[in-house]
Design a protein around this ligand. Structure first.
Ligand code: BMA
Length: 322
């Protein structure tokens, strides 16, 4: 259902060209946030250098396929007010909420991972305006509008399954807040399905508003292959006025590692969607069944892939739940 762009991978390490020592001959570029503003597609790239340090870099494109990439590293101001020592800031998910351009970032600190919300000042400068600081959590996405006067956010609290494994999780949670800072738990919405493609799960890009409900892409991890986890993508649908209500979920994955650049790389067998754009949205923020969806995803934690489909195809797939 998702058609890979023939130019895939659309961004690789060789496209990062900069005088900065931090961006010289980098190792990988993956898991981008995406948004369309005034007809241009903007990405925030997760760039990993040979120090295995993470930098966020902005890229822009007229056609959503060929990107021109900034030479500077994006600054997130105010992080130091919250954390003493930060290891990595990564996996940006970008959402426009009531004229504010916001990004949710995963931030690795000594005690695990927190979610930080930052507002764009310009593409190089973002200011921390909130976050989810209480639990160890990741995969945060903001809804593009307030519901019942509240911001809404999905996250995925981490479980530490064993000391040798990275923290991961298997339940997507809904939170709400009036301020972007103090979040109240509404409840857990979706669980991983042991033995199947999505044993552990987490949201992908931010929700899309459709007449049938909030449409989301998520990632699922099949962990039952011993040392080789497989990261795939699926979709689910939430009620428009009551997003705690799950209306549908794909039984099958809609994208799985198949191409060489998805199967082989820094972390093999990974497609990890974090950015999504829709070509046609009406005045009220709704996309149409034939609106084209462009999904930007990290492949093998090494490069960026692009795959397209339509809203109608995704909604149809959400009805295949068993
Ligand atoms: C997840 C996150 C992602 C990463 C993926 C595959 O747990 O850490 O950033 O792309 O694993 O390694």
């Amino acid at each position: 259902m998702l058609i890979r762009n023939p130019n895939n991978p659309i961004i690789t390490r060789k496209d990062i060209i900069s005088e900065l020592p931090e961006l010289n001959d980098v190792s990988s570029v993956f898991n981008p946030g995406a948004i369309v503003i005034d007809g241009e597609t903007h990405l925030l790239l997760r760039v990993q250098n040979r120090g295995r340090e993470t930098c966020l870099v902005h890229a822009v494109s007229r056609d959503g396929i060929n990107f021109s990439i900034d030479e500077d590293i994006v600054k997130v101001h105010g992080l130091e007010d919250h954390f003493e020592k930060i290891y990595h800031v990564y996996d940006p998910r970008i959402t426009m909420v009531e004229d504010k351009l916001l990004v949710v970032l995963a931030v690795d600190i000594e005690t695990g991972c927190k979610l930080v919300i930052a507002e764009m000042k310009d593409w190089q400068n973002w200011q921390v305006v909130g976050g989810v600081f209480d639990v160890d959590t990741r995969n945060g996405v903001l809804f593009p509008e307030k519901i019942d006067g509240h911001y809404h956010l999905l996250d995925r609290p981490n479980l530490k399954l064993s000391s040798s494994e990275p923290a991961s999780g298997e339940k997507i949670r809904l939170l709400k807040s009036t301020s972007l800072n103090d979040w109240t738990e509404v409840g857990y919405l979706l669980e991983g399905r042991p033995h199947y493609w999505d044993e552990r799960i987490g949201s992908g890009p931010p929700p899309i508003k459709t007449h049938e409900g909030w449409l989301l892409i998520y990632h699922g991890v099949a962990t039952h292959f011993g040392s080789s986890n497989i990261y795939q993508a699926g979709a689910f649908l939430l009620h428009l006025n009551n997003p705690a209500k799950v209306l549908g979920r794909t039984r099958y994955n809609i994208l799985e590692p198949r191409e060489m650049y998805e199967l082989v790389g820094q972390v093999p067998n990974v497609v990890f969607p974090t950015g999504l754009t829709v070509d046609e949205i009406d005045e009220a923020g709704f996309s149409m069944p034939d609106s084209v969806v462009s999904l930007y995803y990290g492949a093998a934690d090494t490069v960026i892939g692009l795959a397209t489909t339509t809203i109608g195809e995704l909604l149809g797939a959400c009805r295949t739940v068993n």
